[in-house]
Design a protein around this ligand. Structure first.
Ligand code: SLL
Length: 265
């Protein structure tokens, strides 16, 4: 039998946002010393967390980037904790094939994404002027990944506090004072906690876990649980009412029988 921790949590859906994109510079550039002959651009392609978002290596085990076949060793793999990025030089744009792999406890199959490298300036005249002036191009987008009915283990990781640890830096506050944990840029992390359950009851397993050690509540999750508890309460009240009427009916029937027996006696 499969271990209970790999059980999938029904009616639950979690999603995560992250970034896929590339940066590019015109060569020569100090970040890309001694490029091969004919290479006019330096670039990076990456899969990254949102600024101040949770650590993506919570759910991302490795990323395979497949480059254009003109590159030697076109298939490049980066394992967690990353950074999940490839730095290269070249002369032309092409579609990078990106495969996202998830941890074994997730039971999730790899997912495919594509990012077409942008190496030239783009956008409005103003934008293009700025890109030229700064010799820096960023072409990225927010991606979403959805985990339907995650396993109990995976759910635990996706709701743990640890995924925010990378945002915290130690900041000393003068002599003798304890270093304090502060968030990067003093901006609290954007919480990406469980999405609401898509109908149906939430099992004891989830409730036990969320209320237990290290579980993180989201307002949405809490609302969901509260409304479920309210629904259960209503149902119980209904059942009690029904039971009461049944008792009344039985009493009446017994009284009726009692009368008949008295009459016969
Ligand atoms: C283009 N269709 O011509 C594309 C092909 C090829 C990219 C882009 C050099 C690799 C290397 C390179 O940039 N390949 O020499 O290692 O625009």
């Amino acid at each position: 039998m499969a271990p209970s921790t790999s059980k999938r949590l029904k009616s639950l859906k979690l999603s995560r946002h992250f970034l896929i994109g590339n940066t590019a510079v015109q060569l020569p550039h100090p970040s890309f010393p001694n490029p091969p002959e004919g290479h006019s651009k330096g670039w990076k392609v990456y899969v990254r967390p949102l600024p101040n978002g949770p650590d993506i290596s919570t759910w991302l085990k490795k990323v395979q980037f497949k480059l254009h076949h003109t590159y030697a060793d076109a298939s490049r793999t980066i394992e967690a904790p990353g950074p999940f990025e490839i730095s290269e030089t070249g002369y032309g744009e092409f579609g990078v094939e990106i495969r996202l792999y998830f941890p074994p406890e997730s039971g999730e199959k790899a997912q495919y994404r594509e990012h077409y490298l942008v190496l030239g300036t783009y956008g409005s005249e103003e934008q293009q002027e700025r890109q030229k002036r700064e010799n820096f191009i960023v072409a990225e987008r927010v991606e979403t990944i959805e985990f339907n009915e995650p396993t109990a283990d995976f759910f635990k990781n996706l709701t743990s506090e640890e995924q925010y640890a990378w945002l915290k830096t130690k900041k000393g506050r003068g002599k003798g004072k304890k270093p304090e944990m502060v968030f990067q840029g003093d901006v609290p992390p954007s919480a990406q906690l469980p999405e609401k359950a898509v109908g149906g009851p939430v099992g004891d397993a989830i409730m036990g876990m969320a209320a237990g050690k290290g579980g993180v509540w989201s307002a949405q999750y809490e609302r969901q649980l509260v409304s479920q508890l309210e629904a259960s309460e209503k149902q119980l009240a209904r059942m009690i009412d029904e039971e009461k009427s049944a008792v009344e009916a039985r009493k009446a029937r017994m009284a009726e029988l009692g009368k008949k027996i008295d009459a016969k006696a």
